[in-house]
Design a protein around this ligand. Structure first.
Ligand SMILES: O=C(O)CCC(=O)C1=CC=C[C@@H](O)[C@@H]1C(=O)O
Ligand SMILES: [Mg+2]
Length: 329
């Protein structure tokens, strides 16, 4: 493994961009990200602004892996992906889906703050109406408590759900939702996302038997190799998903999906379609429901065009300095 790059090596090529989103996602309308280039290619460092430095350190480890080490050998060359439908009004569903082209799976955001269960039912039903045969999964981002999750999934399962991602915040809660849904006669598979990427121990949820599958993201888990190791130890099916990154981050997600021994589900890696622009001339977006595994090379002109304002650039470079110091310590 090459030695960990110095701060100066990272700063030498660091670019900070701010990319407009087509649809608001996770409350975000502009996605800021820092990119740098190393001997193995481009790396992306884009922890969400509210994340602390300790959490951001794993994101930097992942970006350095991409740029200085490269990826393990792929076992497959195309990765099936889902369309991602943010918490939009049901009437906007066709327009969002259209951007993804043909897909066999759709992930729908639910339990958005300020919305009602009726909004979720309408949105998921609109997806089902548009795509009668697609696999539909929902992602609540821990937005429900246990009784709300049981009620909501009881209702939503009427349209046919592939699985529900992180319905409630805690591992014990996930286990409880699973139990109650079985009791209620509407078993829905439970996927853990935040309970993998935000726990100190990403394997706790698997050991607790609280989920049927896990969602794995390269950046929050600290790189492709670490994520592969987590999946192997968890012993559960895994879905690779994005961190709302540019094609450079998606490239790392594709590398993980391509290297997993089994890939039973479509991956949440189609999110470049939610952006109004990307930083490469060959964006890693789905074509006929899948993305072909390939390199993502940032384009100088696009990096320039979407360069973040000076004050935001300084904010990101300061963060890079602090987080780099943490990793060196
Ligand atoms: O999985 C997908 O279809 C898209 C990626 C996605 O949903 C997410 C990306 C980035 C941040 C998260 O809030 C969110 C998720 O919770 O899975
Ligand atoms: Mg999720």
């Amino acid at each position: 493994m090459p030695p960990f790059p110095t701060l100066d090596e990272l700063l030498a090529t660091a670019k900070v961009v701010s990319l407009p989103m087509r649809v608001k996602f996770r409350g975000i309308t502009e996605r800021e990200t820092l990119l740098f280039r190393g001997p193995a290619g481009w790396g992306e460092f884009c922890p969400f602004p509210e994340y602390g430095d300790a959490e951001a350190a794993r994101w930097l480890a992942a970006a350095v892996e991409a740029a200085w080490q490269g990826f393990p050998p792929p076992l497959r060359d195309t990765i099936p992906v889902n369309a991602t439908v943010p918490a939009v009004p049901a009437a906007r569903v066709p327009e969002v889906l259209e951007r993804f082209g043909r897909v066999d799976a759709v992930k729908v955001k639910v339990a958005e703050r300020g919305q009602e269960l009726a909004d979720d039912v309408a949105r998921v039903t609109a997806v089902r109406d548009a795509l009668p045969d697609a696999a539909i999964r929902v992602d609540a981002n821990a937005g429900w408590d246990v009784p709300q999750a049981v009620e909501a999934l009881g209702r939503l399962s009427a349209v046919g759900l592939e699985y529900a991602e992180q319905p409630v915040p805690q591992i014990e809660g996930l286990a409880e939702v699973r139990r109650r849904l079985v009791q209620q006669g509407t078993p829905v598979l439970i996927a853990a996302d935040e309970s993998v990427r935000k726990e100190d121990d990403p394997l706790k949820v698997a050991r607790a038997g609280a989920a049927d599958l896990i969602v794995v993201k390269v950046a929050p888990l600290g790189g492709v190799r670490r994520a592969l190791d987590i999946v192997a130890q968890a012993g559960l099916p895994a879905v690779v998903s994005s961190a709302l990154d540019t094609s450079v981050g998606i490239r790392a997600g594709l590398a993980l999906a391509a290297a997993l021994p089994e890939l039973p589900y479509a991956c949440g890696l189609g999110t470049v379609r939610l952006f109004a622009s990307d930083i490469t001339q060959d964006p890693l977006v789905p074509d006929d429901g899948a993305i072909r595994v390939r390199e993502a090379v940032a384009d100088e002109g696009l990096l320039e065009r979407y360069a973040a304002p000076a004050e935001r650039r300084e904010w990101w470079l300061d963060r890079l300095r602090r987080v780099h110091a943490l990793l060196e310590a």
